[in-house]
Design a protein around this ligand. Structure first.
Ligand code: DI6
Ligand code: FE
Length: 403
């Protein structure tokens, strides 16, 4: 067994009594990529082991989980950023054929190799900050070849780097120009062709929709969810980001893994997702970057005990910010989360939002040995500081992989 000794361990164990599941002066034992033991130093008897790492009082947490990204895309939207700064809204840019569709053009034009090269720098930025699991969506291809190309790049990133990659088909992200005025036909194409093909090629672990006034209606999203359900794929949705559409109740009906953004979510929606065990994924980076003012209903989410994940939404239009640490800080400053809520959001609840809570997201015997030894001691430092305290060691499946 390999050991990390003299550590402060924020286990994030759901059954723990202490804040953060914090254990002082403990040792963590790893074998075959899994956590085998977590014991107080006073009971540790592993001195004869080959591999002993002295954490010297440093903090260990689960590896970070970014459960919502669009990090595979072509091009960038810096010019659009300049327009928005001059007062043109995100929704207006989308209506004028810019926004998501301009990234679709760049993504379609990129070869698989180019897409991989452009995307890996964003992935690496996340990994360097302690991410060990990341979700990656399609949704900038919007035709069969390009959607599958995006998912294929996501899978290749997972093979090339020490990170778990979960892929999500988000063909229902925007209406491609070929289908202008025929959005129901586009939804039929998703249900009858894109989804079955992505599933057949084992390229999609889940299915997502953009349920919004500038994207697809709840009725259209229902059709996508029904098609996903038939194939046994879990669903999730971009819900109530810019307006209240009732998409969260729909998602709850389908036992969605998560509803994401949820700034405009009302109490009926909160109750629905609480009952279905659906995670609310908060994305403060998009809220900040779009200069939104409506915050998610934090008190209602807490009152109904909804698990809150926290993620980057990393994408070229509404959050080109590849930093979970920045999101943790923004979760506190913009949404009023506590540092304990943000840490749970990027670990245990992020894992739940991916349906991976039995393997990752907290530290306990039997869980995957994906964890970070931080250059700090107090877990609140992870939300408080940005660009100061980084990972001292990044451990993936029991092996040190500093990237
Ligand atoms: N909501 C978002 O915030 C991103 N996608 C979505 O459905 C934005 C995507 C983009 O602007 O490129
Ligand atoms: Fe998103």
């Amino acid at each position: 067994m390999d050991w990390w000794i003299n550590a402060r361990i924020a286990t994030l164990d759901p059954d723990a009594q202490h804040a953060y599941g914090l254990l002082e002066n403990h040792a963590l034992g790893v074998a075959h990529g899994n956590i085998e033991a977590i014991v107080p130093m006073s009971e540790w008897d592993g001195g004869a082991s080959d591999n002993i790492t002295d954490a010297n009082g440093r903090l260990i947490t689960p590896g970070l989980v970014d459960c919502h990204t669009h990090l595979v895309y072509g091009g960038d939207r810096a010019a659009e950023f300049e327009m928005r700064l001059q007062g043109v809204s995100y929704a207006d840019i989308a209506k004028q054929g810019g926004g998501i569709i301009s990234t679709v053009r760049a993504t379609r034009a990129a070869s698989e190799k180019e897409l991989l090269q452009q995307s890996e720098k964003r992935l690496l930025a996340l990994l360097r900050e302690g991410v060990t699991t990341v979700e990656i969506k399609s949704g900038y291809g919007l035709d069969l070849e390009s959607e599958l190309k995006m998912l294929h790049v996501a899978r290749r990133l997972g093979q090339r780097y020490p990170v778990n990659v979960r892929t999500t088909l988000l063909a229902a992200h925007a209406l491609p120009p070929e289908y202008a005025g025929r959005s129901d036909d586009y939804i039929s194409w998703i249900c009858e062709e894109a989804l079955p093909m992505a599933h057949e090629q084992k390229l999609a672990d889940a299915v997502d929709v953009f349920c919004e006034s500038i994207a697809f209606t709840p009725e259209q999203c229902r059709r996508v969810f029904e098609a996903a359900q038939k194939l046994g794929l879990p669903v999730k949705g971009h819900m109530e980001q810019l307006t209240l559409s009732g998409g969260s109740q729909l998602a709850a009906e389908f036992k969605a893994l998560s509803v994401d953004h949820v700034e405009y979510l009302d109490e009926a929606g909160v109750q629905a997702i609480a009952a279905s065990g659906t995670v609310a994924t908060l994305l403060p980076g998009a809220f900040y970057f779009l200069r939104e003012t409506q915050r998610p209903p934090m008190d209602l989410l807490r009152k109904h005990k909804v698990a809150m994940a926290l993620a980057t939404d990393l994408n070229p239009g509404s959050c080109p910010l590849a930093s979970m640490r920045l999101m943790m800080n923004m979760g506190c400053t913009f949404f009023g989360m506590t540092p304990e809520e943000t840490l749970a959001g990027v670990t245990r609840h992020g894992a739940k939002a991916l349906g991976m809570q039995d393997r990752i997201g907290h530290l306990a015997p039997g869980m995957a040995a994906d964890f970070i030894v931080w250059d700090c001691q107090h877990p609140a430092q992870l939300s408080y500081e940005f660009g100061v305290t980084g990972p001292h060691q990044r451990v993936f499946h029991g092996e040190i992989h500093n990237v």
